[in-house]
Design a protein around this ligand. Sequence first.
Ligand code: ATP
Length: 451
Amino acid sequence: MEKIVALCKRRGFIFPSSEIYGGVGSTYDYGHYGVLLKSNVKNEWWRAMLQERDDIVAIDSAILQHPRVWEASGHLAGFTDPLVDCKTCGQRFRADHLADLPCGRKPSKHPGETDECDLTEARDFNLMFETTIGPVKESGATAYLRPETAQGIFINFKNVLQFSRKQPPFESAQVSKSFRNEITPGNFIFRTREFEQMEMEFFVPPAEAQKWFEHWLAERERWYVELGIRPEMLRLRAHDADELSHYSSGTSDVEYLFPIGWSELEGIANRGNFDLTQHAQFSGQKLEYFDQASGERYVPHVIEPAAGADRATLAFLVDAYDEEVVEREGTGSGEMRTVLRLHPRLAPVKAAILPLVNKDGQPELAREVHEALRASVQSEYDDGGAIGKRYRRHDEIGTPFCLTIDHQSTEDRTVTLRDRDSLEQERLPIEGLAEEIVRRVHAPWKTPKQL
Ligand code: ATP
């Protein structure tokens, strides 16, 4: 994890927020390549949900919602984590995570394991951030920064049903920010207080709930594998009965083998009709579906695949990070290279255009190639430093194709394409190059990284 954090900082993917003021702890800012990478993750999710299916519609609900939403959903009363304080070291811990956390004074031990540890009884701590709507705090209305995007989908059930002209099974999907005042955030962007979720609520006739639950388990695992995650690093884990949320009749997590061990990447829950029933009761509105063909009226059940965009980005980074010894260009001696073996569809930059020297018409031709490519893919013109150094830089940000413009290019209008993974080089004509890069970016891809 430390190597990934260092690479993310060095190459401008992700860095601690408010650093010049000393940071605020477990909040991060995304730099240029981080923005491109996370956008690609979210776009791939949208592609799988919207472009490749007919039964899902998009929604983007407000972060600030009516406070009653959180009463109905159960968050106000029950979105809590058990918290313990240590009177000796002054730190706070999640009572249910003690076995995974380091003691405040002796990090090789867990809280409560040393004689000096003095833990309080566990008490419930609500994870929602509170704020005030209106100019005067005292008389304004209390509101909450949403802790999940799901409720914004449930409260729009009627709107979506009307405008989408769909009938169950259909789904609303949303990608947006959520906020949780986590007691123990950490492990880089794995657990932060502000994060982005990619959630969908699949509304189904009650009798079909189990079938669709199983469908989404398989489908969501497939999505990660198609985008290059090694299947051995993924597993589905069903929640035990005592782990299940109050609304859930079945939940399975897609877990990834992070450097911190197997951990949740995405949760897939069979939420029954809990949410729509609750909101119907609290709002006084009918939230049900009338099937004109059968004359049946029912409250749809909900299958919810809920993923985190930041956590998924971290998993893709971890799975892509690789180190290998390669021959240093032209010397025959070996050197270590760090490479991000990202699926080309996820890579922040698809092609780097590199003039070998900054003269003899090479920069001009390289610019021409860059202009031709950038209409179709994210390409980058890079003329800074020795060619070997530029290759290393693009290896570290995961650029799958480096296109070098050399003396021969100005004579026969060809470029050298260097493949990030195999390091093979081939000559390709400039004519039709953009189409060829697009074709390669979208071709099926499997990581050469060993377990
Ligand atoms: P955890 O058990 O890790 O706290 P959760 O079960 O509470 O997660 P859900 O409410 O199911 O999480 O949220 C769906 C997804 O949102 C998670 O699988 C994860 O990818 C992401 N997520 C949840 N909390 C955070 C967080 N604090 N930071 C980053 N991502 C998060």
